[in-house]
Ligand binder design. Structure first.
Ligand SMILES: [Zn+2]
Ligand SMILES: [Zn+2]
Length: 347
């Protein structure tokens, strides 16, 4: 089968690899029909977070079950499924606490520790808890955004941010996750103010079109940004700052903009250390939440997508075939040049 393989830092190639087979009774083999490229794949590629050499990349996908192990009793071959970006055993200490991100034999493994979804077939361990049945009525291509983008935006941004009706919210990072958070919080939570902060003009324009009340550019510098935010919030700051970039600058901005008693919900992938300014924040009663997605909200999100409350298709900007996946990586890496939001790879 064809698969996109990580060959080392900044080096990937579409290779011919053996088709995976069942290794454990809890496995499923899924014929991938759609996958996508995540910002995390770029971090892996740039060696900012570790990736096993020769690993097939990709942790998001939709496909059709080809085979199941003898221990999988809730799925059958030929079913259309969503592959969660987090594999979950369902019974370890962390899974039983509702935190499969830290599953002792799973978590974020697909596409970095074990072969992932940017391939014609993928072996999904712990299939009973790591797959979700997709209804035929759902847009199959766009539902690939329910593997990671929407659960991350919802769990790590909206829920961790403790957003309530009337909240003043800043979203730093108008990428797919930032815009998914924007669309969900606008349609579900009634915020008083949503300001999206980022760099690329095309993405800030997309945020405005998706319902942001205001957009601010990080290119203006943190001083100017703080001044403009103060003007928008009456010098109070934001009740919730969703940090969806994962950079030193984004973390600095989050701390500068959070209101007294507010929450910073950071969901960026950090490859290096950042300063936490407790000398300024110790008496501000803030809450800092970090988070790798648990994907425990996926069943609810699927219901919302089925009911038309979520519109994942609105975030798909480019379509490619698996043969074109290296070109798709170029389009993701140069997002502002190409106006890239989310790419979908059809296999
Ligand atoms: Zn991802
Ligand atoms: Zn577990």
């Amino acid at each position: 089968m064809k698969a996109l393989v990580y060959q080392g830092p900044n080096c990937l190639a579409l290779e011919e690899r053996p088709k995976p087979s069942i290794q454990d009774p809890t496995d499923a083999i899924v014929k991938v029909t759609h996958t996508t490229i995540c910002g995390t794949d770029i971090h892996l590629l740039q060696n900012e977070i570790p990736c096993n050499p020769d690993c097939i990349l990709g942790h998001e996908g939709v496909g059709i079950i080809e085979a199941i192990g003898s221990g999988v009793t809730n799925f059958y071959p030929d079913q259309l499924v969503l592959i969660s970006c987090i594999t979950s055993c369902g019974y370890c200490l962390h899974c039983r606490k509702g935190m499969p991100s830290n599953c002792l034999s799973g978590g974020f493994t697909l596409g970095n520790k074990i072969d992932g979804t940017q391939a014609e077939y993928v072996r999904v361990p712990h299939a009973s808890f790591s797959l979700h049945l997709l209804p035929d009525t759902i847009d199959r291509k766009a539902s690939v955004l329910l593997s990671d983008v929407f659960p991350t935006a919802y769990e790590c941004g909206i829920r961790n941010g403790q957003i309530r009706p009337g909240s003043r919210v800043a979203i730093i990072g108008p990428g797919p996750i930032g815009l998914a958070a924007l669309s969900m919080l606008k349609s579900l939570f009634g915020p008083a103010l949503v300001v999206v902060i980022g760099r690329g003009k095309s993405r800030l324009d997309a945020a405005k079109a998706a319902g942001a009340d205001h957009t601010l550019s990080t290119l203006d510098g943190i001083g100017e940004l703080t001044e403009r935010s103060n003007a928008l919030t009456g010098d109070r700051g934001f009740d919730v700052v969703i940090e969806a970039v994962g950079s030193k600058q984004a973390f600095e901005i989050s701390q500068a903009l959070v209101a007294a008693g507010g929450t910073i919900a950071t969901l960026g992938v950090y490859g290096s250390k950042c300063d936490l300014h407790l000398e300024k924040l110790w008496n501000r009663n803030i809450c800092l939440k970090t988070g790798l997605v648990d994907t425990v909200s996926t069943p609810e999100l699927l219901e919302m997508a089925k009911a038309g409350i979520l519109r994942p298709e609105s975030l798909v900007s480019h379509n490619f075939s698996l043969d074109e996946i290296e070109q798709a990586y170029t389009v993701v890496r140069a997002a502002s040049e190409h106006g890239t939001m989310k790419v979908v790879i059809t296999i």
